[in-house]
Design a protein around this ligand. Structure first.
Ligand code: 5AD
Ligand code: SF4
Length: 456
């Protein structure tokens, strides 16, 4: 971490001493944002702030925003309005950061219509938060700290993780793919990979602290670029799996076009790697895929999926699908349903296409009417849900390795954990098992959104 920022951490801590100040972070969007928020929390705790769940009682409120789809904007403005009222009665610092602040129109709107916001920061300037908070506290200054260049990678930021057993580790930042619907390459900048030795160092440390499950994060993890020793994503997976104490390794998201055989072999050869792989389809029709700039056809996707099923026993797939991309016809949408019928996806994250200013697809004048987009969404959801029971049935009678994550949200007398394929399993609590244990469970019942099992 920058020495300069360490000094600001010290200065803020001195100012805050004995004040018992509280912070609250509201995170929108993906796991990369969650991981950024864990770093923000790490810095805030070193500055003497303590976390509080209800942001209405906080002295420092941070919004870490997402702009991948439209609906997040209205929510953000609503929340900012609430905080304006709170600020009238109490000295609260309000900071807004993340992807939305990298969009010029959003930044302008916040600056002109929400002048009471104290700090605005982007995706490349999180590490400057100590300095920005200091300026606000000391000089009552409004700070805008957003840069457009591709940020550097800052190692060694303090971090306060959300779990004691599962940890996310960002391996690369940014994206170079420019899928025509997606705003991420514009707000997160070009692809930059972390040095492999830094990643390994972080995971070794996590294993010493008792972490059992690691999720490697990036917008396009399988285009990770390492060095002479750990060259690519397959090498990185192999090295991470060698770390003692780590029992399960996940990664999101890979891109089908970069899913090379060495990555398939790495999954096959390392039992620690989850048997659910996220393989974003986005659309099933080759023409739509081309217009999305996805760089694979329907057939290539199907072939890749069947190659993975063949080579990796017990594998299941999850996916992302967008319905109603501009120009998508009913027949073209049928191809998406066809792929879903052919590939028994264990999980589908479904999205209605959302027009993002600045992207290629947003300029098209053949946008699909809202009503049709919703109809397609409902059709896809129905098809997916009709397959959940069938998918669950294959688990009955099998023995699964489960990492116990906590009390079940379905029934508080039970523990809840996940299989290597990310299925929620609940088991009765007994004094031989505790949170964080990895145990063998025989699956006995299917309850659609979770399974029930007996501890062996
Ligand atoms: N509209 C709808 N969904 C989108 N995604 C990305 N951009 C958009 C958009 N403009 C979805 C993709 C991606 C996931 C994280 O979000 O499916 O994989
Ligand atoms: Fe967006 Fe495509 Fe990059 Fe994923 S790969 S972040 S969908 S541009």
């Amino acid at each position: 971490m920058l020495e300069k920022q360490k000094e600001f951490i010290r200065l803020v801590r001195e100012k805050n001493i004995n004040k018992n100040l509280k912070y609250s972070i509201l995170t929108m969007g993906c796991q990369l944002n969650e991981n950024d928020s864990e770093k923000i929390a790490g810095m805030l705790e070193e500055m003497g702030y303590n976390v509080i769940d209800d942001y209405k009682n906080a002295d420092l409120i941070i919004f870490n925003t997402c702009c991948v789809r439209e609906n997040a904007e209205e929510r953000l403005f609503g929340k900012i309005g609430e905080i304006k009222k709170l600020k009238e009665n109490k000295n609260i610092i309000l900071a807004i950061g993340g992807c939305m602040m990298q969009e010029k129109n959003m930044l302008d709107k916040i600056k002109s219509s929400y002048q009471f916001v104290d700090i605005i920061f982007g995706t490349h300037t999180i590490q400057n938060l100590p300095e920005n908070i200091y300026k606000t506290l000391e000089k009552n200054q409004k700070v805008k700290d957003v840069i457009d260049i591709d940020g550097e990678i800052y190692e060694g930021l303090p971090i306060k993780r959300n779990s004691k057993f599962k940890a996310s580790v960002t391996i690369m930042y940014g994206c170079d793919n420019f899928c025509s619907y997606c705003i991420v390459p514009y707000v997160r900048g070009r692809e930059r990979s972390r040095k492999p030795e830094k990643i390994i160092e972080e995971i070794v440390q996590l294993s010493k602290e008792g972490y059992k499950e690691i999720t490697l994060l990036g917008q396009n993890v399988n285009s990770y670029k390492g060095n002479d020793k750990i060259k690519n994503f397959a090498d990185l997976l192999n090295e991470v799996c060698k770390i003692d104490g780590i029992e399960r390794v996940n990664f999101i998201s890979p891109h089908p076009k970069d899913f090379t055989d060495d990555v398939i072999d790495a999954i096959k050869n390392n039992k620690k790697i989850s048997r659910i792989i996220h393989l974003p389809l986005q659309a099933g029709n080759t023409k739509v895929l081309k217009e999305m700039n996805r760089k694979y056809t329907k057939e290539q996707y199907l072939n890749l999926a069947s190659k993975m099923y063949d080579r990796i026993p017990g594998l299941v797939l999850s996916t992302d699908i967008i319905v109603g991309f501009p120009g998508e016809t009913d027949e073209e949408f049928e191809d998406t349903l066809d792929v879903v019928r052919k590939i028994n996806f264990e999980q589908i994250f479904m999205f209605i296409y959302s027009k993002r200013d600045g992207t290629v697809a947003a300029k098209r004048n053949d946008q699909v009417p809202e009503k049709i987009k919703h109809e397609r969404f409902d059709k896809l959801k129905k098809l997916y849900e009709s397959k959940v029971d069938e998918n669950n049935q294959k688990y009955i009678g099998t023995v699964q390795k489960i990492l116990i994550e906590g009390n079940s949200k379905y029934n508080n007398n039970n523990f809840e954990g996940r299989t290597s394929t990310n299925k929620v399993v609940i088991v009765s609590q007994n004094n031989k098992i505790k949170i964080g244990d990895v145990i063998q469970v025989k699956i006995t019942e299917n309850h659609k959104w979770y399974l029930k099992g007996e501890v062996l």
